[in-house]
Design a protein around this ligand. Structure first.
Ligand code: SF4
Length: 227
Protein backbone atom coordinates (compact mmCIF):
# COMPACT_ATOMS: atom_id res chain seq x y z
CA UNK A 1 0.00 0.00 0.00
CA UNK A 2 2.61 2.53 1.10
CA UNK A 3 4.97 1.49 -1.65
CA UNK A 4 2.31 2.15 -4.28
CA UNK A 5 1.44 5.52 -2.74
CA UNK A 6 5.09 6.59 -2.68
CA UNK A 7 5.65 5.45 -6.28
CA UNK A 8 2.52 7.30 -7.30
CA UNK A 9 3.82 10.45 -5.61
CA UNK A 10 7.01 10.29 -7.67
CA UNK A 11 5.13 9.61 -10.89
CA UNK A 12 2.78 12.55 -10.31
CA UNK A 13 5.63 14.91 -9.50
CA UNK A 14 7.76 14.18 -12.54
CA UNK A 15 9.07 17.37 -14.01
CA UNK A 16 8.44 17.41 -17.73
CA UNK A 17 9.88 20.84 -18.20
CA UNK A 18 10.02 22.12 -21.73
CA UNK A 19 13.63 22.33 -22.87
CA UNK A 20 14.57 25.62 -24.50
CA UNK A 21 18.39 25.51 -24.20
CA UNK A 22 21.04 22.87 -24.09
CA UNK A 23 22.36 21.77 -20.73
CA UNK A 24 26.00 20.99 -20.10
CA UNK A 25 24.84 17.51 -19.09
CA UNK A 26 23.69 17.02 -22.73
CA UNK A 27 27.36 16.93 -23.79
CA UNK A 28 28.22 13.43 -24.97
CA UNK A 29 24.54 12.38 -25.06
CA UNK A 30 22.88 10.92 -28.14
CA UNK A 31 21.95 13.97 -30.30
CA UNK A 32 18.82 12.20 -31.49
CA UNK A 33 17.58 11.81 -27.89
CA UNK A 34 18.38 15.47 -27.14
CA UNK A 35 16.47 16.43 -30.30
CA UNK A 36 13.43 14.45 -29.10
CA UNK A 37 13.67 16.18 -25.74
CA UNK A 38 13.49 19.58 -27.43
CA UNK A 39 10.53 18.43 -29.49
CA UNK A 40 8.76 17.21 -26.37
CA UNK A 41 8.33 13.83 -28.10
CA UNK A 42 6.53 10.99 -26.30
CA UNK A 43 8.80 9.27 -23.81
CA UNK A 44 8.60 6.58 -21.18
CA UNK A 45 7.86 7.90 -17.69
CA UNK A 46 10.86 7.75 -15.39
CA UNK A 47 10.77 4.80 -13.01
CA UNK A 48 10.13 6.09 -9.44
CA UNK A 49 13.05 3.93 -8.29
CA UNK A 50 15.40 5.87 -10.62
CA UNK A 51 14.01 9.16 -9.28
CA UNK A 52 14.79 8.04 -5.72
CA UNK A 53 18.32 7.13 -6.83
CA UNK A 54 18.75 10.68 -8.21
CA UNK A 55 17.47 12.14 -4.96
CA UNK A 56 19.92 10.03 -3.01
CA UNK A 57 22.70 11.33 -5.27
CA UNK A 58 21.64 14.93 -4.54
CA UNK A 59 21.81 14.25 -0.81
CA UNK A 60 25.34 12.90 -1.22
CA UNK A 61 26.28 16.12 -3.04
CA UNK A 62 24.91 18.19 -0.17
CA UNK A 63 26.92 16.18 2.37
CA UNK A 64 30.12 16.82 0.41
CA UNK A 65 29.31 20.55 0.15
CA UNK A 66 28.86 20.62 3.90
CA UNK A 67 32.28 19.04 4.45
CA UNK A 68 33.94 21.44 2.01
CA UNK A 69 32.54 24.43 3.92
CA UNK A 70 33.66 22.92 7.21
CA UNK A 71 37.16 22.44 5.79
CA UNK A 72 37.17 26.25 5.51
CA UNK A 73 38.61 26.20 2.02
CA UNK A 74 37.51 28.82 -0.49
CA UNK A 75 34.38 27.30 -1.96
CA UNK A 76 31.20 28.33 -3.73
CA UNK A 77 28.64 25.68 -4.58
CA UNK A 78 26.05 25.18 -7.31
CA UNK A 79 27.49 27.91 -9.50
CA UNK A 80 25.63 28.72 -12.75
CA UNK A 81 27.80 29.21 -15.82
CA UNK A 82 27.89 32.78 -17.16
CA UNK A 83 24.90 33.57 -19.33
CA UNK A 84 25.50 33.09 -23.06
CA UNK A 85 23.49 32.12 -26.09
CA UNK A 86 23.38 28.34 -26.29
CA UNK A 87 23.91 26.38 -23.11
CA UNK A 88 22.98 26.37 -19.42
CA UNK A 89 24.59 24.55 -16.57
CA UNK A 90 25.52 24.68 -12.93
CA UNK A 91 28.85 23.42 -11.63
CA UNK A 92 28.72 21.58 -8.33
CA UNK A 93 31.42 23.80 -6.86
CA UNK A 94 34.40 26.03 -7.51
CA UNK A 95 37.21 25.57 -5.02
CA UNK A 96 40.39 27.40 -4.23
CA UNK A 97 43.09 25.02 -2.95
CA UNK A 98 46.68 26.22 -2.45
CA UNK A 99 45.88 29.38 -4.41
CA UNK A 100 44.64 27.42 -7.40
CA UNK A 101 41.04 27.38 -8.64
CA UNK A 102 39.32 24.12 -9.51
CA UNK A 103 35.88 23.25 -10.86
CA UNK A 104 34.47 20.32 -8.92
CA UNK A 105 31.96 17.88 -10.38
CA UNK A 106 30.62 15.14 -8.10
CA UNK A 107 29.22 11.87 -9.44
CA UNK A 108 27.72 9.07 -7.38
CA UNK A 109 27.28 5.49 -8.54
CA UNK A 110 26.74 1.96 -7.31
CA UNK A 111 29.60 -0.19 -6.02
CA UNK A 112 29.90 -2.34 -9.11
CA UNK A 113 30.37 0.59 -11.50
CA UNK A 114 32.62 2.33 -8.98
CA UNK A 115 34.88 -0.70 -8.59
CA UNK A 116 35.48 -0.92 -12.34
CA UNK A 117 36.20 2.77 -12.75
CA UNK A 118 39.89 3.26 -13.52
CA UNK A 119 39.54 6.40 -15.66
CA UNK A 120 36.86 9.09 -15.60
CA UNK A 121 33.81 8.49 -17.78
CA UNK A 122 34.04 10.21 -21.14
CA UNK A 123 30.75 12.10 -20.80
CA UNK A 124 31.82 13.40 -17.37
CA UNK A 125 35.08 14.68 -18.85
CA UNK A 126 33.10 16.48 -21.59
CA UNK A 127 30.90 18.13 -19.00
CA UNK A 128 33.73 19.33 -16.79
CA UNK A 129 35.62 20.58 -19.87
CA UNK A 130 32.68 22.83 -20.67
CA UNK A 131 32.54 24.11 -17.09
CA UNK A 132 36.27 24.89 -17.30
CA UNK A 133 35.66 26.68 -20.58
CA UNK A 134 32.81 28.86 -19.36
CA UNK A 135 34.43 29.69 -16.00
CA UNK A 136 37.84 30.22 -17.61
CA UNK A 137 39.44 27.87 -15.07
CA UNK A 138 42.27 25.56 -16.09
CA UNK A 139 41.82 22.61 -13.73
CA UNK A 140 38.91 20.42 -12.71
CA UNK A 141 38.29 17.57 -10.31
CA UNK A 142 35.87 14.72 -10.95
CA UNK A 143 34.98 13.21 -7.60
CA UNK A 144 33.27 9.81 -7.81
CA UNK A 145 31.46 8.40 -4.80
CA UNK A 146 30.43 4.82 -4.21
CA UNK A 147 26.88 5.16 -2.88
CA UNK A 148 26.89 1.75 -1.25
CA UNK A 149 30.32 1.73 0.43
CA UNK A 150 31.05 5.48 0.56
CA UNK A 151 34.49 5.06 -1.06
CA UNK A 152 35.78 7.90 -3.23
CA UNK A 153 38.01 8.30 -6.30
CA UNK A 154 39.17 11.58 -7.75
CA UNK A 155 40.52 12.44 -11.20
CA UNK A 156 42.12 15.70 -12.26
CA UNK A 157 41.18 17.15 -15.62
CA UNK A 158 43.13 19.87 -17.46
CA UNK A 159 41.29 22.28 -19.70
CA UNK A 160 41.45 21.23 -23.34
CA UNK A 161 40.46 23.98 -25.75
CA UNK A 162 40.22 21.61 -28.75
CA UNK A 163 37.77 19.30 -26.97
CA UNK A 164 35.60 22.26 -25.94
CA UNK A 165 35.54 23.70 -29.44
CA UNK A 166 34.45 20.35 -30.84
CA UNK A 167 31.71 19.99 -28.19
CA UNK A 168 30.40 23.50 -28.85
CA UNK A 169 30.46 22.93 -32.62
CA UNK A 170 28.31 19.84 -32.07
CA UNK A 171 25.82 21.85 -29.98
CA UNK A 172 25.57 24.50 -32.72
CA UNK A 173 25.02 21.81 -35.37
CA UNK A 174 22.30 20.21 -33.25
CA UNK A 175 20.64 23.60 -32.64
CA UNK A 176 20.46 23.97 -36.41
CA UNK A 177 18.86 20.54 -36.75
CA UNK A 178 16.30 21.28 -34.04
CA UNK A 179 15.36 24.57 -35.69
CA UNK A 180 15.02 22.92 -39.09
CA UNK A 181 13.23 19.84 -37.72
CA UNK A 182 15.94 17.51 -39.07
CA UNK A 183 16.10 14.41 -36.89
CA UNK A 184 19.72 13.41 -36.16
CA UNK A 185 20.76 9.88 -37.12
CA UNK A 186 20.68 7.08 -34.58
CA UNK A 187 23.92 6.33 -32.77
CA UNK A 188 26.31 4.38 -34.98
CA UNK A 189 26.10 1.33 -32.72
CA UNK A 190 22.32 1.56 -32.14
CA UNK A 191 20.76 -0.33 -30.39
CA UNK A 192 23.81 -1.80 -28.62
CA UNK A 193 25.04 1.52 -27.24
CA UNK A 194 24.49 1.76 -23.47
CA UNK A 195 22.53 4.97 -23.96
CA UNK A 196 19.92 3.12 -26.03
CA UNK A 197 19.32 0.70 -23.18
CA UNK A 198 18.34 3.51 -20.81
CA UNK A 199 16.82 5.86 -23.42
CA UNK A 200 13.32 7.14 -22.60
CA UNK A 201 12.75 7.81 -26.33
CA UNK A 202 13.51 4.32 -27.64
CA UNK A 203 9.94 3.80 -28.95
CA UNK A 204 9.91 7.17 -30.70
CA UNK A 205 13.40 6.46 -32.04
CA UNK A 206 12.42 3.20 -33.71
CA UNK A 207 8.93 4.32 -34.83
CA UNK A 208 8.53 4.90 -38.59
CA UNK A 209 8.09 8.65 -38.00
CA UNK A 210 11.28 8.69 -35.92
CA UNK A 211 13.35 9.66 -38.95
CA UNK A 212 11.04 12.35 -40.23
CA UNK A 213 9.78 13.87 -37.08
CA UNK A 214 6.91 16.25 -37.76
CA UNK A 215 7.23 19.75 -36.39
CA UNK A 216 3.67 19.71 -35.06
CA UNK A 217 2.24 22.00 -32.43
CA UNK A 218 2.25 19.17 -29.94
CA UNK A 219 5.94 18.46 -30.39
CA UNK A 220 7.23 21.86 -31.35
CA UNK A 221 10.41 23.15 -29.77
CA UNK A 222 10.62 26.66 -28.45
CA UNK A 223 14.15 27.96 -28.59
CA UNK A 224 15.32 30.87 -26.60
CA UNK A 225 19.00 31.09 -27.42
CA UNK A 226 19.23 34.69 -26.45
CA UNK A 227 21.71 34.59 -23.58
S1 SF4 B 1 17.38 4.69 -28.70
FE1 SF4 B 1 19.59 5.12 -28.90
S2 SF4 B 1 19.83 6.08 -30.92
FE2 SF4 B 1 17.66 6.16 -30.39
S3 SF4 B 1 17.37 8.20 -29.45
FE3 SF4 B 1 17.73 6.72 -27.80
S4 SF4 B 1 19.94 6.77 -27.42
FE4 SF4 B 1 19.58 7.71 -29.43
Amino acid sequence: MLKELIDQFYLENQKNKEQTRFYITDAGKCPRAVFFKFKNAPKEPTDPRIMRIFEHGENIHRNIFNILYRLRMGVVTEVPIPSQEIISGRADAILCVNNENYVLDIKSMNSMIFRNLSTPKEENVYQIQLYLHFFNIKKGILLYIDKDQQNMKEFFVDYDETVCKSLLDKFYALKDQVEKGEVPARLADYPRNWQCKYCAFKDTCKAPHGDSYEHTTAYSAVFCFTG
